[in-house]
Design a protein around this ligand. Structure first.
Ligand code: HSE
Length: 453
């Protein structure tokens, strides 16, 4: 039998010649790490058949070694020193699923410096330190794969980097945080309080260690930064993403949106305009008939508009243990197939080759143009006409205006849908509205996103 002299090759099973297993070092064995272990063990044969070789975890770094020992079983080296796993000579690829940014950056950079590929589900790490990490990876000729970092179970990075490469991507819009989608769905469908819904999301393992990242929109913004980079070939500075979470969202507006035929979702949008790129995360009204409006619970949904493909929609679990493991293992299979390939021939980290990445200008908040929803609390119901002409004076075209029906709180609420207008114009109009004697409380505005082709 022919035996390749290359030590990476050995005889395996019924196959005459096979690559030896890919050896994995893992940092973190919480929700995602444990799920990765379970799925790797359960689907071992199928995964190996796809990868062309086995995938074996040889070392794990964990804070709680007793808990880790119960998950990993025998034959896996355990340590509480992540750096040791990142630099072990018998590790080919580091799986970083511990989360956080400071120490995780050091572990990942150490692994890269030691010539190891990296698989991570850590969106905060890549959104904030991606430039340094991908730069180091290019220098050392290793891969950094991160499908699990964005909309976990949905292969959206693969779709953007590979499936849609013929397209000029015009926009990407999505529900990319499972926790907030779960909270909004529970509040709307079951009348749960915000805190109660958040507690459930935490108990189910959907939320970040610090759930403020979810509810303040930061987690979605981290993911949007990665989506925009892959969609437009742009260098993204995370600080450029405009972020508003769901904490300022009033239950009343969820009901008003329903009355108008809309659903409110925490939407992440990256849109190319002639003047620059919009990068924003904000609760927004979607037409109830829009497919994304049907994406409920912890599901995520992403729409991509390409000039050739038209609109494509991706939907699937947006959080969860094995759901994230599915993406982490897919990345491991990709890494397992890399042996023998030259780094320059591989799929670039951000979809575009590094020399072709552009610094596209990001539009300031005031210049972002969308339709708007306004809710104006007023003292009496005889002011619709005067409000309408006042908004027209401020440069806003009103497309629809009506009273809120069945308000659970006392008073009258005027609901307004405007035509597309820059955020700056809407802010000025709201400022002027707020000063009127008829207005009985804080005026509210959210963006309306038809997401039409
Ligand atoms: N906390 C995240 C979410 C986990 O809820 O979407 C998956 O990235």
């Amino acid at each position: 039998m022919y035996r390749d002299p290359d030590p990476r090759f050995e005889s395996l099973g019924g196959h005459p010649v096979a690559l030896r297993p890919l050896r994995v070092g893992m940092i973190g064995i919480g929700t995602v790490g444990a799920g990765t272990f379970r799925v790797l063990a359960r689907n071992q044969a199928e995964i190996a058949a796809r990868a062309g070789r086995g995938i074996e975890v040889v070392a794990v770094a964990a804070r709680n070694l007793a808990r880790a020992a119960a998950i990993v079983g025998k034959g896996v080296a355990l340590t509480d020193d992540p750096l040791q796993v990142a630099t072990r000579p018998d590790v080919d690829v580091l799986v970083e699923v511990a989360g956080g940014t400071g120490p995780a950056r050091d572990w990942v950079l150490a692994a890269i410096a030691h010539g190891k590929h990296v698989v991570t589900a850590n969106k905060a790490l890549l959104a904030e330190h991606g430039e340094a990490i991908f730069g180091a990876a290019r220098q050392h000729g290793v891969a950094v794969a991160y499908e699990g970092a964005v909309a976990v179970s949905i292969p959206i990075i693969k779709a953007l980097r590979e499936g849609l490469t013929a397209n000029r991507i015009e926009w990407v819009a999505g529900i990319v945080n499972g926790t907030t989608n779960f909270i909004l769905s529970k509040m709307r469908d079951e009348g749960l309080d915000f805190d109660e819904a958040l507690a459930q999301a935490q108990a189910l393992g959907y939320a970040e260690a610090d759930p403020a990242f979810d509810i303040e929109g930061i987690d979605a913004a981290h993911k949007l930064a990665l989506l925009a980079a892959n969609a437009f070939g742009m260098r993204v500075d995370f600080a450029d993403v405009q972020v508003e979470g769901i904490t300022a969202l009033h239950r009343l507006d969820v009901a008003c949106a329903e009355q108008l035929g809309y659903r409110i979702k925490l939407l992440a949008v990256a849109r190319r305009r002639d003047e620059g790129v919009e990068l924003r995360v904000q609760p927004a009204l979607l037409p109830a008939t829009q497919l994304l409006a049907q994406v409920n619970g912890s599901l995520n949904g992403i729409l991509v508009h390409g000039d050739a493909s038209g609109m494509t929609l991706y939907c699937g679990a947006g959080a969860g243990s094995e759901q994230t493991a599915s993406a982490v293992i897919a990345d491991l299979v990709d890494v397992a197939r890399l042996d023998g390939t030259h780094a320059a021939q591989r799929v670039p980290h951000m979809g575009f080759h590094a020399h072709a990445l552009q610094a596209l200008p990001v539009l300031p908040r005031a210049a972002v143009r969308t339709r708007h929803y306004l809710r104006v609390p007023v003292h009496h119901d005889r002011c619709m006409a005067s409000m309408g002409s006042m908004l027209a004076d401020q440069g806003l075209v009103v497309e629809r205006m009506e009273w809120m029906r069945d308000s659970p709180c006392p008073g009258h609420h005027l609901l307004v849908l405007t035509a597309e207008a820059p955020q700056g114009t809407v802010d000025q109009a709201l400022h002027a509205l707020q000063a009127l004697a008829e207005v009985a409380g804080p005026c509210v505005q959210w963006r309306v996103e038809p997401l039409a082709g």
